[in-house]
Write a protein that binds this ligand. Structure first.
Ligand code: GLU
Length: 486
């Protein structure tokens, strides 16, 4: 284990929107850096020009910022190892590839794509696979002739023919790969751009990365990297491969299971702290079965040794539940700021809605929301003039004998009660119950449906007050004349 302060990196390729799996990798690296007082680096692995997506970069940095995963070195932040875009470092990779060629650990391969295709075809149905190493043993004259002709070439790594490449993964323990099964992989492509393997190793070394924490799908690449470290004469970093995230019911998590990108969760009204908490528990636990873990506690308790080997499951119900918990903890002013545009869009913020009123209504809605857009349904009965009536609730609670008389009596009392506030409203209803000798349920359930349109709402007295006298009376009139049993 290196004794220096840890330096870790998140090294995405900007080919698409930041996926929740990538965000989990970023988060674990960030937590480790913050736990150890180390450095978190963002490096953009953009050497695959064919797959480069210009929108992906903005999505990536915005998503990381939204999640609160700030980087100490990287794009915009700068740092001692700039540039942090691999596409701006290609000269460096060419130099290192040439160094390996000069030392006999890599070679130029002039095979055309047609020849490689023929080779692959000929290998079909045989036990052979991978590059047949023809250019590894080209005689010097032939090589000189091809070089002089300007024929395009790639640089391939010369994998040692025997032995095994061994490394220790902090999560999985010892891993060993026979070299004979390793292809002479490409380091530098014919367009002069490096492959992932070369650029990744050169940068992890130059940027003094101490721990490489990445998804388990990269395990097959790690022996290649370890061979490269050996040939360059560099000490490899510590490796830790994170368990895969499975979709509910197994299989790879993808669009099919709803959103996959962080920005989509943001658009759907999840709070960043809820998503962070949820992602942190995909393969890690601070202790036992603690579910709501504040960020500070995550940082204090984060240890690579506590990361699971077994795959983690993406359980959307759990995320929804967690989001609800975080909405309840949210500072009211922040929640209002987040919900205001949604309410405006839904046409619920007329000029008569004062800030004070919005605060009161949102306080009630906050208790019942699971995602931000729920603020619309949770506040509609308070903010809209007309509300939809739920058929089932109407049938169950309003079409009953005696309901009409109760609502008429309450309407008369509500017209006079002063002030129109929870305490006075409660006294008013209680007095009516006593006088008429009826149980609370019998009177309050129909009243709730009459003024909110639904069978569930926050506490009835707060709800009445939130709706306001004028609308309460109007809705009671509507229900008495149109919905109640005669
Ligand atoms: N660029 C790789 C990716 O897209 C980086 C993998 C690694 O962390 O080594 O995930």
């Amino acid at each position: 284990m290196p004794s220096t302060t840890p330096r870790v990196r998140f090294a995405p390729s900007p080919t698409g929107m930041l996926h929740v799996g990538g965000a989990r990798t970023a988060l674990f690296n960030w937590l480790f850096a913050r736990h150890t007082g180390g450095t978190f680096i963002l490096r953009i692995e953009d050497t695959d020009r064919a797959r480069f997506n210009p929108d992906a970069l903005a999505d990536l940095t915005e998503s990381l910022r939204w999640l609160g995963l700030d980087w100490d070195e990287g794009p915009e932040a700068g740092g001692p190892h700039a540039p942090y875009f691999q596409s701006e470092r290609t000269e460096l990779y060419r130099r290192y590839a040439q160094q390996l060629v000069d030392q006999g650990h890599a070679y130029k391969c002039f095979c055309t794509s047609e020849r490689l295709e023929q080779m692959r075809k000929a290998q079909e149905g045989t036990s052979q696979s991978g590059y047949d190493k023809r250019c590894r043993t080209l005689d010097a004259g032939e090589r000189a002739r091809l070089e002089a002709s300007g024929a395009p070439f790639v640089i391939r790594f010369a994998v040692p023919p025997d032995g095994a490449t061994v490394f220790t993964d902090l999560i999985r323990g010892g891993i060993s790969y026979p070299n004979a099964q390793q292809d002479d992989f490409v380091l530098l492509k014919s367009d002069g751009f490096p492959t992932y393997h070369l650029a990744n190793v050169v940068d992890d070394h130059l940027m003094e990365i101490t721990h490489v924490m990445r998804g388990e799908e990269w395990i097959p690449s790690t022996p290649k990297h370890v061979l490269l470290y050996e040939r360059f004469g560099w000490a490899p970093p510590v490796f830790a491969h994170l368990p895969v995230i499975l979709a509910p019911g197994g299989g790879k998590l993808s669009k099919r299971h709803g959103a996959a990108a962080v920005s989509e969760y943001r658009a759907m009204g999840y709070l960043p702290e809820a998503l962070v908490n949820f992602l942190a528990l995909l393969g890690w636990a601070v202790s036992g079965d603690e579910e709501i873990v504040p960020r500070e506690r995550m940082i204090a308790g984060f240890e690579i040794e506590r990361i699971n080997k077994t795959s983690a499951q993406f359980n959307r119900d759990k995320l929804d539940w967690m989001n609800g918990q975080y909405i309840r903890q949210c500072d009211p002013a922040r929640l209002i700021a987040l919900c205001r545009p949604l309410l405006e869009q839904a046409g619920l913020l007329g000029p008569e809605v004062t800030d004070e009123r919005l605060r009161f209504v949102m306080k009630l809605a906050q208790e019942r929301m699971q995602a931000l857009p729920d603020c619309i349904e949770q506040s509609r009965c308070f903010l809209a003039d007309d509300i939809p009536y739920d058929d089932a609730a109407v049938q169950k609670f309003l079409r009953k004998e005696g309901v009409r008389e109760n609502l008429e009596a309450l309407r008369r009392r509500f017209a006079a009660v002063e002030p129109f506030e929870p305490k006075a409203l409660e006294e008013c209803v209680t007095a009516y119950l006593e006088e008429s000798g009826q149980p609370l349920k019998k009177v309050v359930h129909p009243l709730r449906v009459a003024v909110t349109g639904r069978a569930a709402s926050p506490g009835i007295y707060e709800t009445l007050c939130g709706i306001g006298r004028e609308r309460v009376l109007r809705r009671l009139d509507h229900v008495i004349t149109r919905e109640c049993a005669a």
